[in-house]
Design a protein around this ligand. Structure first.
Ligand code: NDP
Length: 254
């Protein structure tokens, strides 16, 4: 039925060439959406776009470093032109992680993580507002992390950037509801992606971490992508301002 479809919807998914973003692009397309995505690496982006074309998915893409304000403006101009000024779904997915004790964090570390994760989500949401409003049915999705809620070792500045995304979710949910824009957030636990690879290669870490997850294992990008799709559907039309933890129960375990 129409409730379980994204037919006719348009979406911008940042960071669609790898990991969670790649799975989100494919999930939204499979449900009928038309998607624009971006990444910094042109060759990888073109490879993905070619594969999606073969799969008959409607995806376009831009090379864009979302940590750069001017590039965010260019990206949104492209999205507006591609989708005739209307956007149903913005997924703020692209992000970076950094493991360092607080005493070793530099000014550059701080700026890199805060601009890539938080400022990009904040500004792209701002820039998308007229398009989301014009669509008559808008959804902003932020990809946060369990690190926004629990203190994971070495991830302080990353966690702060995610905590800021969590609160941005609540404020946008209240401020933009009148424009028929809902805002929700997904906070994954450890998911098997290139971003988490150094941790996944550490066997001791994986054994210890898995023992703290009630389900006993780490997630896959495809454990996250369907939740994004659901939150954008009319079946979720009364969900607004929520943080959905997709973590195998990790954050509720004592
Ligand atoms: P990956 O590193 O696997 O993929 C990130 C994607 O974003 C790539 O397509 C990458 O392409 C793109 N990207 C990264 N930086 C930028 C940038 N500055 N501008 C444009 N595109 C960029 O990450 P994940 O899929 O693991 O992570 C996605 C989101 O999920 C992040 O926000 C992350 O914090 C969050 N998350 C991940 C968890 C995990 O365990 N994996 C757990 C909890 C949350 P390119 O490098 O070519 O630009």
């Amino acid at each position: 039925s129409k409730r379980w479809s994204l037919q006719g919807s348009t979406a911008l998914v940042t960071g669609g060439t790898k990991g969670i973003g790649h799975a989100i692009v494919e999930e939204l397309c499979a449900l009928g959406a038309t998607v624009h995505t971006c990444s910094r690496n042109e060759a990888e982006l073109n490879k993905c776009l070619q594969e999606w074309e073969k799969m008959k998915f409607n995806v376009t893409g831009s090379v864009c470093d979302i940590s750069c304000r001017a590039e965010r403006h260019k990206l949104m101009d492209k999205v507006s032109a591609t989708f005739q000024g209307k956007l149903n779904i913005l997924v703020n997915n692209a992000g970076a992680a950094l493991y360092k004790p607080v005493v070793d964090l530099t000014a550059e570390d701080y700026t890199f993580i805060m601009t890539t994760n938080f400022e990009s989500a904040f500004h792209l949401s701002q820039l998308s507002h007229p398009l989301l409003k014009a669509s008559g049915n808008g959804s902003v999705i932020l990809i946060s992390s369990i690190a926004g809620r629990v203190a994971l070792p070495g991830l302080t500045i990353y966690s702060a950037s995610k905590g800021a995304m969590d609160q941005l979710t609540r404020n946008l949910a209240c401020e933009w509801a009148k424009d028929t824009i809902r805002t929700n957030c997904i906070a994954p636990g450890y998911i098997k992606t290139p971003l988490a690879q150094t941790k996944l290669d550490d066997e001791d870490f994986v054994v210890k971490e898995n023992s703290r997850i009630p389900l006993g294992y780490m997630g896959e990008p495809n454990d996250v992508a369907p939740i994004v799709a659901f939150l954008c559907m009319s079946g979720a039309s009364y969900i607004n301002g929520q943080i959905i933890y997709v973590d195998g129960g990790r954050t509720v375990n004592s």
